[in-house]
Design a protein around this ligand. Sequence first.
Ligand code: ATP
Length: 770
Amino acid sequence: MAAAPKKKIAVMTSGGDSPGMNAVVRAVVRTAIHLGCDAFAIYEGYEGLVRGGDYIKKMEWHDVRGWLSEGGTLIGTARCMAFYERPGRMTAAKNMVLHGIDALIICGGDGSLTGADKFRAEWPSLLEELVSKGQLTKEQIAPYKNLNIVGIVGSIDNDLSGTDATVGCYSALSRICEMVDYIEATASSHSRAFVIEVMGRHCGWLALLAGVASGADFIFIPERPQPQDWREDMAQVVTRHRSMGKRKTIVIVAEGARDKDGTKISPEDVRGLLADKSEDGLGLDTRITTLGHVQRGGTAVAYDRMLGTLQGVEAVHAVLEATPETETCFIAINENKIVRKPLMEAVQDTKKVAAAVDAKDFEKAMSLRDAEFADQYFSYLTTTNAMVADHKLPEKSRMKIGFINVGAPAGGMNAAVRAAVAYCISRGHDPVAIHNGFAGFARHHGDKPLGSVRPFNWLEVDGWASKGGSEIGTNRELPSDSGMDLIADLIEQYGFDALFIVGGFEAFHSVSQLRKAREEYPSLCIPICLLPATISNNVPGTEYSLGSDTCLNELVNYCDKIKQSASATRRRVFVIETQGGRSGYIATLSGLNVGASAVYIPEEGISLEMLNADVNHLKQEFKNDRGQSRAGRLILVNEKSSKVYDAKLIASIIREEAHDRFESRESIPGHVQQGGAPSPMDRCRAVRLAIKCIQHLEDYGCHAHNRVKRDPNSTAVIGIQGSDVVFTPMKDLEERGTDWPNRRPKTAHWLGLRDVVDMLGGRPDYPRPE
Ligand code: ATP
């Protein structure tokens, strides 16, 4: 029996380019080939589909080598007028049939995806017409009765409903935040105001998240204009911040910003008010910076590479599983979960936002955005208006909350503390800093504590949004190291009603100790909440710890540079040692983001068979390489993967076995992995999750000893699990979710990703250790 013909899957990028599109193309091409299909790229978007010929190109495995670290889209994109019309789509259909393409994966914005859906709906009639006009024969169209289409949203605006993030949006946000960080330094030096215009004609996501991540003084977004006169509102906020002693004023304006009557607000309008020297104005030395296309530029951040890759893989599976009855889907992400969703519903919901904005129905516009958008809007309001918010709690419900950082510093710790302090102030609570972890708390001179417990100074804290490290100081010691007697006594002395703890596995362990000691020490019967923050991402109860995204970005930058350094010799393998404790998360995700040839992690260990198979694979790769690879190859090894095989030894083994056909070097980034300025994702998630933590503590209120004792969630870890943000009781995690000897969760949600890394890196199959 003849083998079934190979399925031919094509991939295209369309609309505005966005960082991460190359990750999508690479993943689609390699997954398709891996699954026994032929892969095609359609160059220049729909334009290429209409033109046909050389614009439709069969892709081989090595054609996409090195694409992860390239910005924009290497297969080009274009706006195509012809595709809006039926004759254009008919030519496109003919080209698809002539190339034998059965399925199309399109990465683009809502316009591109609308076009795709229309194309699929019309497909049978387009083919019929082609036959009736004699351009194709019945035999030619027979195998292509249905067109299979899957969408991936590539857009820097993050404007599509139904998905939390679009491929490219976090890269654009990173560019913006980087620029705002630069501008802040000069603004502060000269005591200036800056009006920064960012992209977003219909969607304020970039402006909103940039405002949250940078702690901007004021933002303008299309979905939510000021309910009153924006001039009065902005003047009030800016005057207040200046009177508190702030030396800089940052205002972020989305391109599509409007006032409540629908009139466009331009950066010039905003500057007019800020710079106005009359009595009504603010008289500030004000400059406008329009970021423009910088926002699209550069290589993709770690998150966009991951998103593009995983969505590309999922899209190929969706194509292969689709039947003629399957509704056209697109690949979305909700919190941390990749899912398939009906395409047209999302496109229609997106159009409804624009319509609601046009109709000045701003409530509706906000409600049509996802939950994260509303949360972040609340975060922005809370942190900007901390001092004046009028939702203070009654006196008796106000709490004294101790803030403490435990473990190594991680990106986002300061942003979390800042947001939680702002929220506390807005509610009338009394937030108190405990400096330098439990060790700092316990430091005494004779009977006197050494001043490690201090109230926050809001002016100082307000500047922490973009700061790395831990401003209140952090320490690895556990409460038991200082003595639980002393810690319990101090909590009583200071009269804390709750504790908010930010940190990694030591913080988790500390919270567990505090919980267990409750029976003995009544002062510990207070609500305690942990916000996980560690680059290792090894805290049970969450799939994401603050700081892990910053770390991945550092590693991505580091690996890109190292890989490129081999571009002259081309025949070099780098063995890069990552941190991560006994969790292989950052090694695996970095492997996914940079296209590693192999990743070694503690969860699997390293065996001679693995090394042997990988060395043979490398030999083969270099043998087959006819100069296509423009850079070196990477192997990532977590520092605790093996007691014997460390990065140096692995590099030596490879060198020895390569017999001068290629070279090998080890490279250890070390503490660079903790990162400088935290990534915008870490900052924004820090803000959102920290506020939720304080709200959780607030639920218990003061003097709730009995309820605290009864309710296991009174000592909880906040986490992202799949598509939800949840609080998990510490007790459950201690007993069922924690691999204590290895200091990591019992199940690693990301473990399945190593197969994706191996598949896309072309790594050979070998039996994995149990
Ligand atoms: P961005 O978000 O960057 O604007 P987009 O995908 O929305 O991206 P568009 O310019 O709207 O960008 O669409 C890209 C291309 O998709 C168009 O040039 C056109 O070829 C096709 N297209 C868009 N909308 C339709 C439609 N309604 N019918 C047919 N084709 C369309």
